[in-house]
Design a protein around this ligand. Structure first.
Ligand code: HPA
Length: 269
């Protein structure tokens, strides 16, 4: 089944040999516009591929080029709150692995857990806290991809983070680094939860990314992760986070992120 899917994707997207894949979060689909010479397939045309159900998530697999570097883009991701089995996310990562992807760039929209990290800023993810209670590696382990008990040390590859910080400096983009905490969702947090997550050492909170990173790290991919801060966590100021605000702020801040990711790929990232 997976072999058929791989062949189908390679043929439809006319893939040469992409090494980098980018997963686009809520409101961050604008990156697709900077890709050159694109080929696209909607997820629903790929037999066996999971389907995304969230507004603002298109659900397309895209092949494109940034400065002649071939990249694969997942415009629309799979959230556990949609009801997907966590294993579905590992399946998607395994498809990327089989397509030859070595490096995964993940992006998301997230709420800030401290007043200094304002909506509109970009956070480079240094590490995560899996507070979702779910894990994509549950179930029989396929040794072909990685060990039963993988280490998550350096899951967000240090050398890539360093390179990205250098590029941000060159471009004059302020880039904070911090810990992302994943909740299952779909509700936004209570203010008591936000206080608890601050104490746990998290800087941003969201409902995605961690399963992809666990699975990618398990199968030895390098990972670079970004959160676009779209709102303050509930109760941090007098606010009520909403999906509308998330999409609007993500769109605004995404310009900076697009510049950063584009330059990163251009410089060989
Ligand atoms: N909480 C959880 N997920 C989010 C938030 C938030 O405040 N903002 C964007 N995604």
């Amino acid at each position: 089944m997976i072999e058929n899917m791989i062949n189908f994707i390679k043929e439809k997207l006319e893939l040469k040999n992409p090494k980098t894949a980018i997963i686009l979060g809520s409101g961050l689909g604008g990156l697709v516009d900077v890709l050159e010479n694109t080929k696209k397939i909607p997820y629903n045309k790929i037999e066996g591929f999971p389907q995304s159900t969230v507004k603002g998530h298109k659900g397309e697999l895209i092949r494109g080029f940034i400065n002649n570097k071939e990249v694969l883009c997942l415009n629309g991701r799979f959230h556990l709150y949609e009801g997907h089995d966590p294993k579905v996310i590992a399946d998607v990562i395994h498809v990327l692995k089989e397509l030859g992807i070595k490096r995964l760039i993940v992006t998301n929209a997230a709420g800030s857990l401290n007043l200094e990290t304002k909506p509109g800023s970009i956070m480079l993810i240094s590490d995560h806290i899996n507070f979702s209670g779910k894990n994509p590696l549950v179930g029989p382990n396929d040794e072909k991809y990685g060990p039963r008990f993988p280490s998550m040390n350096n899951a967000y590859t240090l050398s890539l983070r360093q390179k990205c910080k250098d590029i941000a400096k060159e471009l004059g983009i302020e880039l904070k680094e911090g810990v992302y905490l994943m909740v299952l969702g779909p509700n936004f947090e209570t203010s008591a939860e936000i206080k608890a997550f601050q104490i746990l050492g998290a800087d941003a909170v969201g409902m995605s990314t961690v399963p992809e990173v666990i699975s990618a790290s398990h199968c030895s991919m390098e990972v670079l992760g970004f959160s676009v801060i779209t709102n303050y966590g509930a109760g941090l100021i007098d606010n009520t986070p909403s999906h509308k605000e998330t999409l609007e702020e993500a769109k605004k801040a995404s310009e900076k992120l697009i510049k950063l990711v584009t330059e990163f790929v251009k410089q060989g990232g």
